[in-house]
Design a binder for this molecule. Structure first.
Ligand SMILES: Nc1nc2c(ncn2[C@@H]2O[C@H](COP(=O)(O)OP(=O)(O)OP(=O)(O)O)[C@@H](O)[C@H]2O)c(=O)[nH]1
Ligand SMILES: [Mg+2]
Length: 322
């Protein structure tokens, strides 16, 4: 069992959703380790080409051997980049998808938070600026772990406590995977608009007070009317969220990254491979050093690439010393 598989055991024990258990089982199966083994094979191939030219210049190796590693490195860089890009999904399945409620004061964020979490965790009052701290709740929606956050209403405030709350609300909104822009009838379009992104959802609250489509909905965003007083629209909201989670997190490909640790190592390897690619044409001996750095970064996810591995590949590929 390698390190990634050992992590999978821990993840399986901690799993609270079917998606988390499925992902941990795939990793325990060795699917993640196989992905990394593929990266390492390419790296080893490139390393052998580079080292053969440098270490055995008098032997019968073809000229400019190191440069033939170019296409191998290009493909590897591509694969690593894709793995880093799709990595967010694996991390989100494991840690929870982050949904943040944002909007004006009194928009009904805390009421919606309580309705979605089915408990009275957040204080609700008619006083604008009731919520200051960020409140987090762990939920399961459609088989996926979700962290839902209630935040302070976005407005300028001279009160240092509220101002800090608003600062935290903004930071959470920016880091979230999805923002629900909570809007009561008559709320201006301004403040939250700076934070919403394509794909976010407008939740038009207090539908019991004002029916129908609001005037100034931001173009291009999905829109749902709800009332926490009557319960209208809450099921539709739940379904919408379940659909979004499935779209964002499900996928045929097994993710190459399920933890930040993997992503950091992959990013490190990618940077080293990119540097090696540039060095290849000018100073192949430098490229060797970069490739060893990439190998060491990858090996820290699962296992080791030793000197013997590289020499083994060199001897297997070229007729050196025979
Ligand atoms: N009629 C009606 N009133 C609602 C609804 N949702 C919330 N309210 C009322 O609106 C007021 C503000 O609700 P909150 O949930 O505290 O609003 P908030 O966005 O958390 O406000 P801040 O914490 O100040 O930013 C309260 O008096 C709620 O009872 C709704 O669906 N219908
Ligand atoms: Mg509130």
């Amino acid at each position: 069992m390698d390190l990634a598989q050992a992590e999978a055991v821990a993840d399986l024990i901690d799993a609270e959703t079917t998606a988390q258990a499925r992902q941990a089982l795939g990793q325990l199966d060795g699917r993640l380790s196989q992905t990394y083994a593929g990266f390492r094979r390419d790296l080893l191939k490139a390393l052998a080409l580079v080292e053969a030219e440098i270490d055995f210049p008098d032997e019968e190796v073809p000229d400019n051997l190191a440069r033939t590693a170019g296409p191998v490195l290009d493909r590897l860089a591509n694969d690593l980049r894709r793995a880093v890009d799709t990595g967010r999904r694996g991390e989100r399945v494991r840690q929870g998808y982050r949904i943040v409620l944002i909007g004006e004061t009194n928009a009904g964020k805390s009421s919606l938070f309580n309705a979605l979490t089915a408990r009275e965790a957040a204080i609700v009052t008619p006083i604008a600026g009731t919520t200051r701290d960020v409140l987090d709740a762990d939920l399961v929606i459609g088989g996926y772990a979700v962290t839902l956050s209630d935040t302070a209403g976005l407005r300028d405030s001279d009160d240092p406590v509220e101002a800090e709350g608003v600062r935290r609300a903004r930071a959470r909104a920016e880091a979230a995977d999805l923002r629900l822009w909570v809007r009561a009838p008559g709320d201006p379009a301004g403040v939250a608009a700076a934070y919403v992104r394509p794909g976010d959802l407008i939740v038009a609250t207090k539908a019991d007070l004002a029916e129908g489509r609001r005037e100034d909905e931001a173009a291009g965003l999905d829109w749902l009317a709800v009332s926490t007083t009557t319960g209208q629209g809450l099921e539709a909201l739940h379904d919408w969220l379940a659909r979004r989670l499935a779209e964002d997190l499900a996928g045929a490909d097994f993710p190459a990254v399920t933890r930040e640790r993997h992503r950091l190592r992959l990013t490190e390897a990618l940077a080293a491979v990119a540097t090696a690619r540039v060095a290849l044409d000018q100073a192949p001996e430098m490229a060797g050093e970069d490739l060893r750095r990439a190998a060491s970064a990858l090996s820290r996810v699962t296992g080791e690439i030793g000197v013997e591995d590289v020499l083994g590949e060199v001897f297997a590929t070229f007729c050196i010393g025979k």
